[in-house]
Write a protein that binds this ligand. Structure first.
Ligand code: B12
Ligand code: SF4
Length: 475
């Protein structure tokens, strides 16, 4: 009798589990990568990696997940819709977005540049929404703090076309400007920080669902690969070998966005690269890490050696600045041989005082030595891009000019990175004090094109001159 009872309960349990899985199986989550509204935008290997990380965890839990990518440069209906040519793309996976001119927001009306919506048209977005089965919830991501108008436009349309469907907003804008997002975005739930840990709570709140799988925040190897297969085309696939950064530079938001510095097993990273390469034919891989080269002996060196050992025919790009201090003759040669093509480094300034004050991640002497190693390894000077911050609080045009001259004297290429002030960073209070704009109240003023923290003596004409100076090729 006891045996029979327990079999009965086991069957009940199995049935219960089956119906639970079916409920979750039926639940549809629609993911949205919203438009960019800005003066300029260029697709420098930009994909919604964070959102697609969440997608893979959702899929693993049995949810039916779809993506609408408002930035999709390959959308098949767009040429007909706009009667314009598709944006020019390079084989390496970067290129333009579709663009439509739109009026500037009231707060930016005096700034003498045209403004645009980058991505598919709103009509196309509505069509996509109508074609998709009605979701049970929508997850919207966000990137730059000053791109929030694109997020709001997306949410407005969602509200009109699929009213009453709960909207969850996350990503960098939601994290860095949480109060602004909660007050103005129109989303039902605003999530700050890394999304994986919030997923369980959000899905419990929305549907009383219990997730059966959640990656362990302290073990990046427990995260499933991001669901890049949801994109319309994989012209490249971003790779993250780590999250966060052990440094704390005064102008950078890394600490506010990540739960500390954690790295993946380098061999598993190569497994991921090989997976996208063999299964989907992807050859171009940008790294999104904040600190790819840090802890090099245990991390990047074994990774590069494994790439070479497996003979992967891939090309790697580092649009986010790498750490110069880690570069020596050995690592330069390894990077060159493994296929690191686009290399950018965070140099920031030649002003020694500012180098120390902002975090001390590099000195000019170390930079000179690193460039010599890279040239020796086979890189051309024009391939070695050095980011120089422009428009920091109390920074003069001559400091930027000296930095450009210094980088050129090393034989590398200066790349101007216009400063965008970010709430909660160590430099924020100084930025608020010096900026003529109300950057505390209005995130649109964080836009780097405005150079919102440059002093009165640093004119826009001077800035144009610096840009031209930096663009000249390095011999
Ligand atoms: C890779 C990167 C780029 C790439 C593009 C990436 C892209 N997808 O578009 C490139 C190199 C092109 C780039 C360029 C720039 N960038 Co950038 N970039 C980054 C970087 C390093 C990583 C972003 C990323 O994809 N992370 C990976 C994923 C896993 O994280 P995530 O998207 O945040 O997603 C997680 C959470 O946010 C959350 N989440 C995300 N979406 C959702 C949705 C929901 C519903 C939920 C619940 C959760 C959730 O869960 C995810 C997983 O944990 C960040 C710094 C950082 N560490 O975030 C800077 C950062 C975003 N960039 C910044 C800046 C300043 C710039 C530039 C202006 C630099 C310059 N001066 O030229 C340019 C501007 C670009 C332009 N105008 O076109 C600033 C932001 C400034 C701002 N005011 O917002 C950052 C924060 C760096 C910094 N300085 O601190 N960038
Ligand atoms: S600027 Fe670079 S080194 Fe400095 S904290 Fe940010 S990611 Fe780290």
């Amino acid at each position: 009798m006891r045996g029979k009872t327990s079999t009965y309960f086991k069957i009940l349990l199995i049935l219960e589990r089956a119906s639970y899985t079916q409920i979750i199986m039926r639940r549809r989550i629609l993911l949205i990568n919203p438009w960019i509204h800005d003066f300029a935008a260029y697709d420098l290997w930009a994909k919604p990696a964070g959102l697609l990380y969440l997608a893979s965890t959702l899929k693993k839990n049995g949810y039916d997940v779809k993506l609408i990518d408002c930035l999709d440069p390959f959308h098949p209906g767009m040429e007909r819709e706009t009667r314009t040519r598709a944006p020019k793309r390079l084989p390496s996976g970067r290129g333009g977005f579709f663009k439509e001119s739109i009026p500037k927001p009231e707060t930016l009306k005096d700034f003498p540049r045209k403004y645009g919506r980058y991505g598919i048209t709103p009509r196309m977005f509505e069509n996509e929404l109508l074609l998709a089965k009605k979701p049970d919830a929508v997850f919207v991501t966000s990137m730059m703090t000053y791109w929030y108008p694109g997020v709001f436009e997306t949410i407005d349309i969602l509200r009109r076309v699929i009213p009453k469907v709960p909207i969850v907003l996350g990503g960098n804008y939601a994290t860095l400007c949480g109060d602004h997002a909660a007050r103005h975005s129109g989303a039902d739930i605003v999530v700050k920080g890394e999304g994986e840990k919030a997923l369980a709570e959000v899905l419990k709140d929305l549907f009383n669902d219990e997730l059966q799988f959640l990656p362990d925040k302290d073990d990046l190897d427990s995260y499933p690969f991001p669901a890049f297969e949801l994109l319309s085309r994989m012209d490249h696939v971003p790779i993250m070998t780590s999250r966060g950064c052990p440094f704390n530079c005064s102008y950078c938001a890394s600490h506010r966005l990540n739960d500390g510095f954690r790295t993946r097993d380098p061999i598993r990273v190569v497994d991921e690269i090989e997976f996208w390469n063999r299964k989907f034919g992807v050859r171009n891989f940008p790294f999104y890490d904040d600190a790819l080269l840090v802890d090099r002996e245990r991390h990047v060196i074994p990774m590069l050696e494994e790439i070479l050992r497996r003979g992967l025919d891939c090309v790697f790009h580092c649009p986010n600045g790498l750490h110069l201090r880690e570069i020596d003759a050995f690592l330069s040669r390894l990077m060159f041989r493994a296929g690191f093509k686009t290399i950018r480094f965070g140099f920031e300034t030649a002003n020694t005082r500012r180098q120390t004050d902002t975090g001390g991640k590099i000195t000019s002497e170390e930079t000179k030595a690193a460039v010599a190693h890279l040239l020796e390894a086979g890189y051309n000077g024009n391939d070695i891009g050095m980011y120089i911050l422009c428009g920091l609080p109390n920074q003069s045009a001559s400091e930027v000019r000296d930095s450009i001259d210094f980088i050129r004297s090393c034989g590398a290429r200066p790349v101007i990175a216009e400063f965008s002030p970010i709430p909660g960073t160590p430099i924020w209070e100084e930025a608020v004090q010096v900026s003529p704009y109300d950057i505390e109240k209005e995130p649109l003023y964080h836009n780097n094109t405005l150079l919102p923290c440059r002093g009165k003596d640093f004119t826009y004409e001077m800035y144009r001159e610096l840009i031209n100076m930096a663009r000249r090729p390095t011999h």
